[in-house]
Design a protein around this ligand. Structure first.
Ligand code: GLY
Length: 301
């Protein structure tokens, strides 16, 4: 039995651990753990409190995957709903689809009676306005160039939460939720809602999920690649290191080379890797009396 998350997910592990240790299944555990982060206004990369897009609107991406059946559900560019992860779960369980975006996602959320929320906090709006002050008036190539510089400021633009779980019956699940890059182009979808890029779970081998610049994991299918390496016999650490090294050849500005992955193996072993030497992750299993925060393995790319 184990729960692993990006460091900002520690509140979610704390929040669900009692129920998880008493038998809550892996899928519900990763969904409910995500709720805590989606409700955490101090986290400006997930749910309410997330930083908005270029137009000042908070657009949420989320995905969830059941490793036993490899069923998956996701939403992208969802506006106005408190728990995008639960809308993603409903996409998986109620609809015949895997990914629903934009207005269609909002219409689906309304149909299932998902809870609405005002996602933009004053704090997030202030950060957004301050960034925009550096932009020229009106839409032009110039605005795109400056917006690109803003969205590539790693202190402000990136974040996301990942959860991976194996429950007491050996079922495995993964969840990812994010407001994506701050000042992103309206309608931009990152890796978080894309199964294989930001999230992948296959109970036969393991699971992986990503945070960081989603454009990298979208191009390299990072989560799926990690699980492929697990399927070939790599440990979680080896699989994560190899997948991050795979990014080395991508043609990107070095300041955008930011990727972090959390990984579990089918046997409950776990690891986390990062291009940032200070990045942390969180985990807890039945041997621990509290959530553990640990340094990720640094991969220089
Ligand atoms: N990894 C989150 C994003 O790029 O949107």
């Amino acid at each position: 039995m184990i729960l692993v998350s990006s460091a900002n997910g520690a509140i979610g592990i704390d929040g669900v651990w009692k129920h998880f240790s008493e038998g809550l299944d892996a899928l519900s555990a990763v969904e409910r753990a995500t709720w805590f982060v989606e409700d955490n206004e101090e986290d400006n990369s997930v749910g309410r409190g997330g930083l908005p897009n270029l137009d000042g609107e908070v657009e949420l991406d989320a995905s969830i995957m059941d490793g036993t059946t490899r069923s998956a559900g996701a939403v992208a560019g969802l506006k106005g709903y408190r728990h995008p992860i639960s809308v993603a779960r409903a996409v998986m369980e109620i609809s015949p689809h895997v990914l629903i975006v934009g207005e269609g996602a909002a219409r689906f959320a309304k149909e299932i009676g998902a809870e609405r929320a005002d996602l933009l906090t004053e704090k997030a709006a202030k950060i957004w306005r301050e960034g925009l002050e550096s932009l020229p008036e009106g839409l032009s190539g110039e605005i795109l160039k400056k917006a690109k510089a803003l969205t590539q400021d790693p202190d402000k633009a990136v974040g996301t939460v990942n959860f991976l779980a194996i429950d007491s019956k050996g079922k495995m699940a993964s969840a990812v939720s994010t407001s994506g890059w701050a000042w992103k182009w309206p309608g931009r979808a990152g890796d978080s809602p894309v199964i294989g890029a930001g999230n992948y779970c296959d109970a036969r081998f393991g699971a992986a999920a990503c945070t960081g610049f989603g454009e990298l994991s979208l191009r390299a299918s990072t989560a799926r690649t990690i699980v492929s390496y697990l399927s070939q016999g790599a440990t979680p650490e080896e699989a994560g290191v190899r997948a991050l090294l795979d990014l080395k050849d991508l043609d990107v500005d070095p300041s955008s080379m930011i990727m972090h992955s959390v990984i579990i193996g089918a046997d409950g072993s776990h690891a986390a890797v990062s291009t940032d030497e200070k990045a942390l992750y969180a985990w807890r299993d039945e041997s621990c009396s509290s959530t553990q925060i640990e340094r990720r393995i640094h991969v220089a790319v």
